[in-house]
Design a protein around this ligand. Structure first.
Ligand code: MRU
Length: 347
């Protein structure tokens, strides 16, 4: 079985969710009990291992899991890694039980690697902030949730803010509420409070006035998929922040592991953006009574993500270094180095 912290219940309740089969895990993924790109990869790999251990059709489970949510490439990446380990073991003449053990061991390896990547991103991201903002005392705006809740380690963008906080250099963490599911209000505020960070919530619509008041030194966000050209898919509302940041000459920094880079997708327009149910917009978020706030039958446009073009991204921070400016060749080189384990790179 897979035991998850049920993120739908945070911040008011810390409740475990036990998934004993693949359909239960898929439901947890679709309803965002487990969410965030790196964690989806780890969950997908464990899900595949669970299918193998329980004797289910592994290839069928792989397809179902990989398609549970379409935008975060980490999900399919994690599933395929465990599936490949399973198939290789069978191909080498091992038993079904041994192949299932190989899938589980691959899932554990991905979990570990993700924690290591987190630490690398935090270190590189902090160094970048110090270089871009030598005066210190950073006022950072973030969107959605990118902390330890989405990772085997401390996360992506929030891990960088956390590293700045640890050395006393985080003056303010501005937390977008992140409509419609409030990952900022519910999850980032929960993590920031636990870490003792100086944080302030704002509605997504308030970001413009904050920039205009000169209160933002840098934007730090994560990513669900980065296309080969450096286009970034992330939680809807990221692209407007990038436009604001450019207008106000504020660095817009994307923090993501190389497992989020999808070189097989040429450009941003080719990334499938998940469309979510209208009810998430027409009802109060988290209101169990399902009380509508819109007229009955109202339609709603509810994409889960948007795409930020590379020219609006100041830098991409990965576990292997910082890419700035963001170019197609630079991104490919950074990923190639990471996959062959050739160490750090800063462009
Ligand atoms: O719909 P969600 O909550 O899964 O969306 C998550 C995000 O958009 C995060 O910013 C992204 O996965 C990066 S997390 C490190």
């Amino acid at each position: 079985m897979i035991v998850l912290l049920d993120q739908r219940r945070l911040p008011t309740e810390e409740v475990e969710l036990v998934c004993t089969d693949v359909p239960a895990l898929i439901d947890a993924i679709r309803t965002l009990a487990v969410r965030g790109a790196p964690l989806l990869g780890v969950a997908g790999a464990y899900g595949l291992a669970l299918a193998a251990v329980r004797g289910f059709d592994v290839d069928e489970a792989a397809e179902m899991l990989a398609q549970a949510r379409p935008t975060a490439v980490n999900l399919a990446y994690g599933v395929r890694r465990a599936q490949t380990a399973y198939r290789s073991a069978l191909g080498a003449g091992e038993s079904f039980d041994e192949a299932a053990a190989a899938a589980l061991s691959e899932a554990r390896a991905l979990h570990r690697e993700d924690a290591e990547a987190s630490a690398g991103m935090a270190a590189h991201g902090l160094a970048l902030l110090q270089e871009l903002l030598p005066g210190g005392g950073f006022r950072v705006l973030t969107h959605c949730n990118t902390g330890a809740l989405v990772s085997g380690g401390q996360g992506t963008a929030l891990a960088v803010a956390g590293a700045a906080h640890k050395i006393g250099e985080l003056r303010r963490l501005w937390v977008d509420e992140t409509r419609p599911l409030l990952q900022g209000t519910r999850l980032t505020a929960y993590e920031a409070a636990r870490a003792g960070m100086p944080y302030t919530l704002l509605t997504d619509n308030a970001a413009g006035s904050l920039f205009s008041a000169g209160e933002v030194d840098a934007v730090l966000i994560g990513a669900d998929r980065i296309a080969a050209d450096g286009s970034v898919a992330n939680k809807v509302g990221s692209y407007p922040l990038a436009v604001l940041a450019r207008y106000h000459h504020v660095p817009f920094i994307v923090v993501a592991p190389t497992t989020t880079v999808d070189l097989a997708t040429a450009e941003g327009g080719a990334i499938e953006v998940e469309q979510r149910p209208a009810l998430e917009v027409t009802e109060f978020p988290g209101d169990v009574s399902g009380r509508p706030v819109a007229p009955l039958g109202a339609q709603a446009y509810n994409p889960a993500f948007d795409i930020t073009p590379p020219e609006l991204v100041t830098a991409i921070v990965t576990e292997n270094g910082v890419l700035s400016p963001v170019t197609e060749t630079g991104l490919a080189e950074l990923c190639a180095r990471s996959r062959s384990g050739n160490g750090m790179m800063s462009i």
